[in-house]
Design a protein around this ligand. Structure first.
Ligand SMILES: Nc1ncnc2c1ncn2[C@@H]1O[C@H](COP(=O)(O)OP(=O)(O)OP(=O)(O)O)[C@@H](O)[C@H]1O
Ligand SMILES: [Mg+2]
Length: 158
């Protein structure tokens, strides 16, 4: 089963991210995929807002992963924001050890995470960004989401 939401502007895509924060649970790994400029960072900025990140969330392109402290009632204390677009090898993605980093009280959002499916396995959430000719973005959410159907229905309908 998958859920969709449309972002007609960058602000709406950010709002989709902000609302998506309330679907998340500690330990989640979310792979964000779509072409350059699709809105993966924009969405993550919204997730950061929803999770109560106070600092600015910027593209981690050159650092591979950034950590942001969160203040919320969701049990999520750290947002790990990764971008694996420029990695040299799957081993480098593996070395980030995101699975260990999110244990207990973190979540990870991984831009271009779909290029390393074998590293993350099947127990992930995926968000695919599709750009249309009006500069809108369709976000399609799928993956390890059982038990969250009601929250996702609400997300898709708002
Ligand atoms: N509907 C929309 N949703 C999201 N971004 C939009 C939309 N319309 C225009 N934009 C613009 O598209 C750009 C999206 O950039 P963003 O950095 O979020 O993409 P990205 O997927 O992270 O790219 P990259 O693969 O380079 O990391 C921004 O400049 C944003 O203002
Ligand atoms: Mg980006």
């Amino acid at each position: 089963m998958s859920w969709r939401r449309y972002g007609a502007s960058a602000e709406e895509t950010q709002a989709a991210g902000e609302a998506f924060a309330f679907v998340l649970r500690p330990g989640d790994i979310v792979l964000l995929s779509g072409p350059l400029g699709a809105g993966k960072t924009t969405f993550t900025q919204g997730v950061g807002r929803g999770l109560g990140v106070r600092e600015r969330v910027t593209s981690p392109t050159f650092t591979m992963v950034r950590q942001h402290e969160c203040v919320n009632d969701l049990g999520i204390m750290t947002l790990h924001h990764a971008d694996v677009y420029r990695v040299g090898s799957l081993g480098e993605v593996d070395d980030l050890a995101l699975g260990e980093l999110v244990e207990e009280s973190g979540v990870a959002l991984v831009e271009w995470g779909d290029i390393a499916p074998s590293v993350f396995g099947l127990d992930v959430i995926t968000v695919v960004f599709v750009i249309d000719e009006h500069d809108g973005r369709t976000l399609e959410v799928d993956g390890a989401l059982s038990g969250r159907e009601a929250a996702l229905d609400a997300w898709a309908q708002s």
